[in-house]
Ligand binder design. Structure first.
Ligand SMILES: O=C(O)CCC(=O)C(=O)O
Ligand SMILES: [Fe+2]
Length: 328
């Protein structure tokens, strides 16, 4: 390195534009082919903007409560929700107060939203209650790499074949960051280097530099991603909040996990009350019983972490649980 220069974060690869898949809606075979070829479906401006606006209003109200934006009153928030510079020392970076209110439930129950996904799948959707509410303020450290962490979602939830469903809630342009993905890498392989048995971020240089895609996202757009598609959030270099929600969706007739209230658990079995029915499944040593940060639990640690009454998500084969995880 020449004298006097500082280590710079690796430059962001050039970003191509996402394809749109709007024209494939209603054509099952073409949708499936695009899913395996491209690794995503991007639907531009197909969601009801008023419904998306009602969800955004919940985010905006929370940002006002946190004191990090000025009250918006009647001003439109579709394009911009500006950060007012207040301290972020106590800012809930994972929007915990919002997560507790579970606004996703009202959102997916909106008739227009439900109708879109029912049309997409040709049957009603099943929403896996794994949801992240993101209201990302401008990056404090503007010199760090723009990739938040390149990953695939598949290796973190083996056995639950959901589709990631990423909703921009206000405009997200190149400065605001948003989501970037690698197109056409859908082989079912874990691309994460392992360190001490755990997945670590995928290095950008392990991926083809000319396949990165993003777009200027608008409320009303939705991006669904294959579990094997490498992707990353990009840091926010704008002066406003980056607002998005990511959720996980399946078709009703897919192999959906059980979602319900934990009745009992130990290292040999789990009983859950789901849709009015009590179901007991075996837990074996290779059952991925995981905590909220993805660590596999065994023995007494299982009953210590999972308390009866809490919500659990369980994937299974026959009478054996393959994954037991909390929603968050
Ligand atoms: O929104 C982000 O920054 C990342 C989202 C993501 O990784 C996902 O939806 O799976
Ligand atoms: Fe992800």
């Amino acid at each position: 390195m020449p004298d006097g220069t500082q280590a710079q974060p690796a430059a962001l690869p050039a970003m191509g534009e996402l394809k749109t898949h709007n024209h494939l809606l209603g054509d099952r075979a073409a949708l499936d082919a695009a899913w395996t070829r491209d690794g995503y479906w991007f639907f531009r401006d197909m969601l009801d903007r008023a419904a998306v606006g009602r969800l955004r209003a919940e985010f905006v109200a929370e940002l006002e409560r946190q004191g990090v934006i000025d009250p918006v009153g009647d001003a439109p928030t579709e394009a911009s929700v500006r950060y007012n510079g207040a301290s972020l020392a106590a800012y809930p970076f994972r929007m915990e107060p919002l997560a507790e209110r579970q606004p996703w439930r009202a959102f997916v129950a909106e008739p227009a939203i439900d109708a879109f996904f029912t049309r997409l799948f040709g049957e009603p959707p099943f929403w896996v209650p794994v949801v992240e509410y993101r209201a990302t303020p401008p990056a404090q450290d503007r010199s760090r790499a723009r990739f938040d962490g390149i990953h695939q979602d598949g290796p973190y939830s083996p056995g639950i074949p959901f589709r990631i469903c990423w909703f921009p809630l206000a405009e997200i342009d190149a400065d605001t960051g948003g989501l970037a993905l690698v197109e056409g890498l859908t082989d079912q392989v874990n691309r994460h280097p392992l360190a001490a048995g755990s997945n670590t971020s995928i290095p950008a240089q392990d991926l083809p530099a000319d396949r990165w895609r993003r777009t200027t996202y608008q409320p009303g757009d939705v991006l669904l991603m294959n579990l094997w598609t490498p992707h990353s959030g990009l840091s926010n270099l704008s002066d406003r909040f980056r607002l998005s929600m990511d959720h996980r969706v399946m078709a009703r007739s897919d192999r959906c996990p059980l979602v319900g209230e934990l009745v009992a658990i130990d290292d040999g079995a789990v009983t859950v009350l789901a849709e009015g029915e009590c179901v007991t499944l075996r837990i074996e040593p290779d059952t991925y019983v995981r905590n909220d940060v993805g660590r596999k639990l065994a023995g007494a640690a299982i009953a210590e972490f999972f308390r009866p009454g809490r919500e659990v998500i369980i994937a299974f084969e026959g009478d054996k649980a393959t994954v037991v995880r909390p929603p968050h």
